[in-house]
Design a protein around this ligand. Sequence first.
Ligand SMILES: Cc1cc2nc3c(=O)[nH]c(=O)nc-3n(C[C@H](O)[C@H](O)[C@H](O)COP(=O)(O)OP(=O)(O)OC[C@H]3O[C@@H](n4cnc5c(N)ncnc54)[C@H](O)[C@@H]3O)c2cc1C
Length: 393
Amino acid sequence: MIDFSPTDEQRLLVDNVRRFVRTEILPLEADLDPDAGELDPTDHQRLVAVAERMGLRNWEAPAEVGGPGLDVVTQALLAIEMSQHRAGLYAPCYGVFGSPGLVQLAEGTEQQQQRYLYPTLRGELTAFFGLSEPSGGSDPAGAIRTTATRDGDDWVLTGTKLWISDADRADYGLVLARTGAGRRDITAFLVDTDSPGFTVRRIVHTLRTTHPATELELDGVRVPDRNRVGEVGGGFALAADRLVRGRIPYSAGCLGVAIVAHEMAVEYAKIRETFGKRLSEQQGIQWMLVDNEIDLRTSRLLILAAARRADLGEDIRADAAIAKLVCSEAAGRVVDRAIQIHGGLGVSKDLPLERWYRELRIRRIGEGPSEVQRLIVARHLLGGSGRRDDRRS
Ligand SMILES: Cc1cc2nc3c(=O)[nH]c(=O)nc-3n(C[C@H](O)[C@H](O)[C@H](O)COP(=O)(O)OP(=O)(O)OC[C@H]3O[C@@H](n4cnc5c(N)ncnc54)[C@H](O)[C@@H]3O)c2cc1C
């Protein structure tokens, strides 16, 4: 039986972040537009300084590049706390603890780190992650049509990327492009968004109100070879590694908002009366709350188990896939039940539930849809008898 009780240090960090969310974020959020994704710049700057004093600025960065070097379990526990507010799913604490950016650059060259990673960690540059294309995102190895062709010291990139978050306000991004005919002949490049031939179009309407999705056109964009990340043909492994590791905080964010939705449902059920009784006395409502509790406990265990295995250096592809699948779907159910218990109030913008409900729907598609997570687990179960290819794994 694995012991998931937090250490004293983890408890302290969790308490500090919880207090921060309650005393700093929630009061500001009360005065923000319900769909806001950013704080007023003065508040943001002030809270960045607080995050720095807490020793948690760039909390996801490894110690080698100046981050606190937290283990994955601690990161997961903090991610669960940081998302517990209205914008928490896609803008946890409005980014004041730093954004993970392209943590893969921790393994990039010194020059790449100086030019891109450190300015990103200082909050001076922002990045996008360009994998998906109009030809499909579930199976990028099969679908990537963007090509990179060597020309002297440069590579020339041509193609289209679709659904890329935040590229319209990014300074650079990691673009995955095909450098050979084989399924895995994919290479990663750092591309500056002001490069000639690079254009971005914002896709205005999605369920998510922050982090607009965009379409990118690369029309003969020249990228110096020094901006190649990793080996030629090593891009898919690099992207897959990012996706697998990202599934733990992704799951933790789902759990964070679900925890608050459940707490709200419990509190409301205790005060709201219908048919002469409190909702909490109706068995139908009690069962909804029990199902919420089961979803939350299952999610937490799966996140912590995957995180623990990551800290042990074990292969977590199946664990991360199961966590992502279960947590994204469970959180959707929890928020849906919480809305139902609140009745009309549940769908009003006075409460955060409607925003979580909309944004959680994307969680079952982004970073690999639920069906692709099932494929990953099937390959893990079936080994050589399953088709061992490389869809988003
Ligand atoms: C708001 C938003 C932000 C995004 N941000 C980014 C980003 O920053 N960078 C980036 O690279 N991508 C991003 N994506 C893309 C996202 O990762 C893809 O949408 C996702 O991987 C699915 O790809 P697709 O939309 O092309 O669907 P497809 O690949 O066409 O699949 C369609 C559906 O088919 C089903 N399916 C697929 N394969 C199978 C199978 N083998 N068996 C059964 N069913 C299957 C799934 O339900 C899937 O949803 C974003 C998407 C959204 C919506």
